[in-house]
Design a protein around this ligand. Structure first.
Ligand SMILES: [Mn+2]
Length: 384
């Protein structure tokens, strides 16, 4: 019997409005180490998004290096790939670890498929790090093909490269159609344009270890056992109330079993709405001592004289645990703006606000100025 552990989306260096999530990551990684020890795991697969940012801070690099070397010392073979949040070149620098430790790193998709396979005894692990659009167009002759066609073609080539091994695993950071999106993954990379179809995952694989989507899930439409392990902790508020898992893959002769193991959380993410009629004290009373990071939505009337005091109270009660405080003026929005969310752009919101605040329509030159700023921001955002 052999055991493999599949984990994903560590996002070292993530912070929520200045609250560092590295303590949450460490808490999760300690559980990973514990599981490896108890279950006698031989192989640890990490399917990308090691870091949250292309240039991680020192603390985050310290944590990642600490665990990689610790696992290696415990004789666990680690295989890891880049995700869309990782910089190819940053992870390339880590490849030097291969000389010192039982760590194998695939920093970017390699045009040479045979160099993308790591063989561990009779287990072949075919690796496809996050295929960025840029690198995919560069490496291929048939530019007329779409992104997903190229990814699918590469997967077929990987499948061919490992077909003669006894056990075959695919490790990748890609978007698959029909999967459930949390919202914290980064918008462009999860659009349908980048999604490969479940039937494009070659049948030859015994297990497909995916990263990218933060919700733990099996892609039932794919023939092989195909899983997103999901993130190790609730990365942002779009993942509130989500449980977190790692996958234990057990190989026994011809049989491959997948056993998801639930992780406990260092802190949960809690969203609280305080209604106009509610007192802040009472609304937060039960929750304030919870081990959590909070997002508070405070409902209020625009000219409520208590608004400032309420805001101060929330800060006082939750302190360091407060990540976001949003004000919600329901009456104001109901009377001034249509309920059609399509029309709720920043310009319309500001116009409505102006009308409310100054009791007159916004002057045309101000509208023009605002529009040009918004367009400039949009343009720069598109290029980023
Ligand atoms: Mn991710």
């Amino acid at each position: 019997m052999r055991k493999i552990l599949h984990i994903s989306d560590l996002h070292a260096g993530k912070s929520l409005n200045k609250i560092s999530r590295n303590p949450d990551l460490i808490y999760a990684l300690n559980q990973v180490s514990q599981i490896c020890k108890e279950e006698k795991v031989e192989l640890l697969l990490i399917s990308g998004d090691i870091f949250d940012k292309p240039i991680p801070d020192y603390d985050s690099e310290f944590i990642i290096l600490e665990y990689l070397t610790e696992w290696s010392r415990s004789n666990i073979q680690v295989v890891l790939i880049s995700g869309n949040h990782d910089s190819y070149d940053k992870l390339k620098a880590y490849k030097n670890l291969e000389k010192l430790a039982k760590v194998r790193i695939f920093d970017r998709p390699n045009p040479n498929v045979s160099e993308s396979v790591f063989v561990y005894d009779n287990i072949a692990i075919a690796c496809l790090p996050y295929p960025s659009e840029r690198i995919l167009t560069k490496g291929s002759e048939d530019t007329y093909r779409s992104y997903t066609q190229k990814v699918a073609q590469y997967l077929r080539a990987l499948a061919k490269a490992v077909e003669n091994y006894q056990y075959r695993i695919l490790l990748s950071h890609i978007m698959v159609e029909k999967a459930i999106i949390a919202g914290s993954e980064r918008e462009a990379s999860v659009s349908e344009f980048y999604a490969i179809r479940p039937d494009q995952i070659p049948e030859v694989f015994d297990y497909v270890a995916l990263g990218h989507l933060h919700i733990h899930q099996r892609i039932k439409q794919a023939v092989p056992k195909t899983y997103y392990a999901g993130s190790l902790y609730q990365i942002d508020f779009s993942e509130k109330d989500r449980e977190k898992f790692v996958n234990l893959v057990i190989i026994e002769d011809k049989d491959i079993k997948v056993k998801p193991i639930k992780l406990s959380l260092y802190r949960e993410l809690k969203e609280i709405k305080i209604e106009k009629s509610q007192s802040v004290d009472r609304a937060l009373e039960e929750l304030k001592n919870r081990n959590a990071i909070f997002k508070v939505i405070l409902e209020s009337e625009l000219n409520d004289p208590m608004l400032n005091i309420k805001v101060q109270q929330i800060h006082q009660i939750l302190g360091d645990k407060l990540a976001f405080l949003k004000l919600d003026f329901p009456e104001y929005f109901q009377t001034n703006i249509t309920k059609d969310t399509e029309s709720l752009n920043i310009l319309d919101l500001y116009k409505a606000y102006y009308r409310h605040a100054y009791k007159t329509d916004m002057p045309e030159n101000l509208e023009k100025e605002l529009l040009s700023i918004l367009q400039r921001v949009q343009h720069e955002a598109d290029q980023a």
